[in-house]
Design a protein around this ligand. Structure first.
Ligand code: ATP
Ligand code: MG
Length: 391
């Protein structure tokens, strides 16, 4: 089996192109590990050759690979006119079976020694298809399917194409630390940053024994689902029970969430520095909940010593949910186990916290030693979900 893979945005990056391509190839190799597939890079395309049993693995790998615009299963044949025309008819037959009723042929000839020009090849292939399947109609404006022919070192023919994730190859923008809760939003935020080239570490704050083992397992599961997008993911689990208790005992109840967020940012910044991350990532979306007003976000951010990326800040819940379904995290996110915040969250939280007041309260809590302790006792999980080689 041969797959043809189209590279994405990185083909626009001028001088950096070779570097991006190298990272993309390395990522593809990592995702294909164990499949037995081989990769050839040629002229802005990757070609993957694999045995039939590895098809599932290869397709899973391609649907998790940032930096490609599309891919297709392709027929590969010799660059001989009749052989190419026959392959076009075979491909048309498959597309017809899959429901297409109109088509057009689009050829590209990188090898100019091929005797037919692209236009002539389109016409001849179109004729051959129409003769074999009279009810398959040519429609050059809105065809159900485009049958593409690429004449390169071999001829490649393909019809239906799958959309790639686009974006940039993971690792081209360094590493970010995702604040991963058990909710719907933060996994989506992490996913979106992988599309901008960031690989992920993640940190989860729990409050065991006030929170359950199931809640922890749920977050591990979410991190596992995200891991192939990030080409592996290290998850830190920090017990913030003492910190939450201190906040509850010493601060006004309405301030609990803001102060907890500040502590999370402080702990995350320490972890980010130690693990060579360049940014913190959260799933915040403006005004979605009380903790996400501009003022409260600003208070939390005041304890961060890295840029905080919030790819969902202007996105509504419905769109975030759709993305969560598409990347496969939704079903796990909606499991009912509570993370630490839900448990300690006040009934009437401050909505527009003032920075000077937040600072004063935060400093009076003397959380630094408790944060150091939580970091010292962290649990670490190295995750990389592998794909099955057989169907
Ligand atoms: P999510 O759906 O991601 O849980 P949310 O809508 O519940 O988000 P908040 O609870 O205000 O919103 O959390 C905002 C962001 O803060 C989260 O998206 C996440 O990045 C971070 N965060 C919240 N709680 C935790 C936690 N227990 N561990 C790690 N990060 C957290
Ligand atoms: Mg949440």
């Amino acid at each position: 089996m041969t797959y043809l893979v189209k590279l994405g945005e990185l083909s626009l990056k001028g001088g950096n192109k070779a570097g991006f391509e190298k990272i993309l190839a390395r990522n593809l190799v990592a995702l294909l590990k164990g499949s037995g597939a081989s990769i050839v890079s040629h002229d802005g395309r990757f070609y993957i050759h694999c045995e039939d049993y590895a098809v599932n693995h290869v397709e899973n790998a391609l649907s998790h690979l940032a930096g490609i615009t599309g891919w297709a299963q392709a027929r590969k044949c010799e660059k001989e006119i009749n052989t190419v025309l026959a392959a076009c008819v075979d491909e048309a037959s498959l597309c017809f079976e899959q429901g297409a009723r109109s088509f057009k042929v689009e050829s590209r000839r990188t090898d100019k020694s091929f005797p037919l020009r692209s236009y002539a090849l389109n016409c001849q292939a179109g004729d051959a298809i129409c003769k074999t399947f009279p009810s398959f109609k040519v429609d050059v404006h809105h065809p159900d399917v485009i049958i593409r022919v690429e004449i390169r070192e071999k001829a490649f023919i393909y019809g239906y194409e799958k959309k790639g994730l686009r974006g940039l190859p993971v690792g081209s923008a360094g590493r970010g630390l995702l604040l991963l809760s058990g909710g719907i939003d933060s996994p989506v935020a992490g996913f979106l940053m992988t599309l901008r080239g960031m690989s992920l570490n993640a940190v989860y704050f729990h409050a065991y024994p006030y929170t359950s083992d199931e809640a922890n397992r749920k977050v591990i599961k979410l991190a596992e689902i995200l891991s192939p997008f990030s080409l592996g993911l290290k998850l830190f689990m920090l017990n913030f029970a003492d910190i939450e208790r201190r906040i509850q005992e010493k601060a006004p109840a309405s301030w609990a969430t803001v102060l907890l967020r500040m502590a999370m940012m402080e702990a995350s910044s320490i972890l980010a520095r130690r693990n060579k991350c360049k940014a913190l990532i959260t799933g915040e979306s403006l005004s979605q909940v009380a903790s996400q007003t501009s003022e409260n976000i600003y208070c939390a951010q005041s304890r961060a010593s890295f840029p905080v990326f919030r790819p969902l800040i202007g996105t509504d819940k419905e769109d975030i949910t759709k993305k969560a379904i598409a990347i496969g995290t939704y079903e796990t996110s909606i499991l009912p186990f509570q993370d630490c915040c839900a448990l300690f969250s006040p009934q009437h939280p401050v909505l527009h916290a003032s920075i000077p007041q937040a600072r004063e309260l935060y400093e009076s809590l003397d959380l630094a030693p408790l944060i150091s302790e939580a970091i010292k006792n962290k649990e670490v999980h190295k995750l990389f979900r592998r794909f099955e080689a057989s169907k």
